[in-house]
Design a protein around this ligand. Structure first.
Ligand SMILES: [Fe+2]
Length: 188
């Protein structure tokens, strides 16, 4: 039988205690998702392949739910902000929540039939990600963007489609401000 447990989450550091797993994505792991490959390689070599984001999770064997934090570093590659890979869930009937703790960003969502939406990620905002919407978080601020996520353990991540064709919109910095533009390289 699973027992209840209090899990301490620090919204300023992204720590989860107790934690059951974590992974880190460095810029070199994300070569496919940024437009400006030359800028990316320059950053990888000159800044020692910086961390873009880190995920820490709490997952109990036998539970239907799991949750954790994602901590995203600030930064840009060319004019694109640091972002996550973006994914659909394997299970098309399962959504998720992203509850922003600190920092500022944009949650970019795309429905299966091609509709784009954003939810601003500011502290206190809990974004509802409906089933079958691809989602990518983007740190548009100058500090870490930290959020808590929670979903069904069976939701699963399907990265392939977004990696292959990209998302329809890009979030870029132009003249010091964020802008949402059509992705010139988007391929159906
Ligand atoms: Fe997800």
């Amino acid at each position: 039988m699973l027992l209840p447990e209090a899990v301490l989450i620090n919204g300023q550091t992204g720590s989860v205690s107790p934690e059951t797993g974590r992974y880190t994505k460095r810029l070199s792991d994300l070569r496919q998702i940024f437009q400006d490959r030359t800028a990316l390689e320059t950053i990888v070599s000159e800044r020692n392949d910086p961390i873009v984001y880190e995920v820490v999770e709490y997952k109990k064997e036998g539970s239907d739910l799991f949750f954790g934090t994602t901590t995203m570093e600030p930064g840009t590659v060319g004019d694109e902000f640091f972002m996550t890979r973006g994914h659909f869930h394997k299970r098309r009937d399962m959504g998720e929540i992203y509850y922003t703790q600190s920092g500022h960003g944009i949650l970019l969502l795309e429905s299966r039939d091609g509709q784009s939406e954003i939810v601003r990620m500011d502290p206190g905002v809990c974004a509802f990600i409906p089933p079958d919407w691809a989602h990518r978080s983007i740190n548009t601020g100058g500090e870490k963007l930290i959020f808590v996520w929670a979903c069904n353990v069976e939701a699963g991540n399907d990265y392939g489609e977004i990696l292959q064709r990209g998302m329809r919109k890009l979030v870029i910095r132009r003249n010091g401000r964020e802008e949402i533009i059509d992705n010139p390289r988007f391929a159906e």
